[in-house]
Design a protein around this ligand. Structure first.
Ligand SMILES: Nc1ncnc2c1ncn2[C@@H]1O[C@H](COP(=O)(O)OP(=O)(O)OP(=O)(O)O)[C@@H](O)[C@H]1O
Ligand SMILES: [Mg+2]
Length: 412
């Protein structure tokens, strides 16, 4: 009777612990999805273990570049303050002591110390831990592509707090954290690369603008200036100014005006303010078809919608880049543009060509230009999505999908 009673209590305790660990896992999954940066992610995981999981102390350490290099404290929660973390770290890092944290980090396997009051070479900091009231601990490796790069350690105030099912769940949690760290780092690196590309593109655009103004409008204005001086000299001598000279000056002024308009339209398509998105697309396609001789067909369905100005501008600029790519790179004889509304809440814009296509997953050097990244960025900037489908000699299709409501779109 007593045996079955205590067995029942143990089972209940095991279930309670597992339930708590599951709660930590689900809270950590939420933290993973919402993490803004690496530091916040690390702290969220440590804090969830302490606040939701009821553990005493959790900390994350990163290994140095070299094998056997010192561990670096990256984040911690619980345990009152950083003093205990500093004590663990100081002991873990002394000489070649094989403390649990370092062993987990170097071997890539979890290390569990079931009772810290039992002396162990793996716990040179046991006195400090016992002094804080901790009786057991687990050190979990953080791994990227199977290679450990840090450790995630948890201290509990009960001896034997980590049984096999709990170790399995916590190992899963450490893998989730390692995955989150890698994702945040990749995202940051991509954002940085995009910023660099954007700066380069802006610098190039400024250079292009300066050259266009200098070599185009600047030269025309200079010729105009000379012509006007000539006309003035003639007028001073009371001679008639020849009509041919005046006609030339008028032509030159007209040319300068056209060049200026082209530059300002490139910078900001003003016609967008007066035209609907569909009409602006038609206008651009007509102009491009006349200039290039390519057959461009625009079709639209269910297009009774109103767009916010920012969405309209981003859609148009993304469309213009896709069209310009089709003209510049595809050697296409035909381009189709389709605009339609789907399920009343999203606008779909598809630009396809019958040109040479390209490999959308090239190996080797990074992206050739900025255009495709900007299409993606512009769509994402208005809570939409874009995708590019292409393969060599099969043509290219760019699909842009943006919400007409405030809800973000999850798939293009
Ligand atoms: N419609 C297309 N047909 C064939 N190749 C394409 C097409 N669109 C893009 N590409 C290929 O993808 C590459 C990347 O396009 P992206 O628009 O990002 O850069 P870019 O056009 O080369 O330069 P930028 O847009 O910065 O002026 C292009 O250089 C081209 O090789
Ligand atoms: Mg481009």
């Amino acid at each position: 009777m007593t045996d079955s009673h205590s067995q029942c209590r143990r089972t209940q305790e095991d279930l309670r612990r597992l339930g708590r660990t599951h709660a930590v896992l689900s809270r950590c999954n939420r933290s993973l999805a919402r993490a803004l940066d690496e530091r916040a992610l690390l702290y969220a995981f440590c804090a969830n273990l302490v606040e939701v999981g009821g553990y005493g102390f959790a900390w994350v350490g990163y290994a140095g570049e070299r094998r056997g290099a010192l561990l670096r404290l990256a984040s911690h929660a619980g345990g009152g303050d950083a003093t205990f973390a500093a004590a663990v770290l100081a002991c873990a890092n002394v000489g070649d002591r094989r403390s649990a944290c370092r062993v987990a980090c170097e071997s890539g396997a979890p290390v569990v110390l079931r009772d810290l009051s039992v002396p162990s070479a793996l716990a040179p900091w046991a006195d400090a831990a016992l002094g804080q009231g901790y009786r057991s601990m687990i050190a979990l490796p953080l791994r990227a592509d199977q290679a450990p790069f840090g450790n995630f350690s948890i201290f509990a105030d009960m001896p034997d707090a980590f049984d096999a099912p709990e170790v399995a769940l916590l190992a899963e949690l450490a893998d989730d954290l390692a995955f989150g760290i890698q994702t945040v780092r990749t995202r940051d690196a991509q954002a940085q690369q995009l910023r660099r590309l954007r700066n380069d593109a802006e610098r190039e655009a400024r250079g292009h603008l300066a050259a266009t103004l200098h070599d185009g409008v600047g030269q025309t204005m200079q010729a105009l200036n000379l012509g006007l001086k000539q006309a003035r000299t003639l007028a001073e001598c009371a001679a008639t100014v020849p009509v041919a000279l005046l006609d030339r000056l008028i032509d030159e002024a007209g040319e300068a005006l056209r060049e200026l308009r082209a530059v300002s339209c490139e910078l900001r398509p003003l016609f967008l303010e007066r035209l609907s998105l569909l009409d602006a697309i038609r206008h651009q396609c007509n102009e491009t078809a006349q200039r290039t001789g390519i057959s461009i067909r625009v079709s639209a369905a269910d297009c009774a919608f109103t767009l916010d100005d920012q969405v309209k501008e981003q859609c148009f600029l993304a469309f213009r880049e896709a069209l310009s790519n089709a003209v510049r790179h595809a050697a296409a004889s035909r381009i189709d543009v389709l605009l339609r509304v789907r399920t009343n809440d999203r606008l779909i814009l598809v630009i396809s060509d019958n040109g040479r296509g390209f490999d959308t997953h090239p190996t080797g050097a990074g992206p050739a230009g900025l255009g495709l990244c900007m299409i993606r960025e512009r769509a994402a900037g208005v809570h939409g999505r874009s995708c590019v489908r292409s393969s060599p000699s099969k043509g290219t299709t760019v699909r842009i999908c943006v919400p007409l409501t405030k809800d973000p779109i999850l798939c293009p």
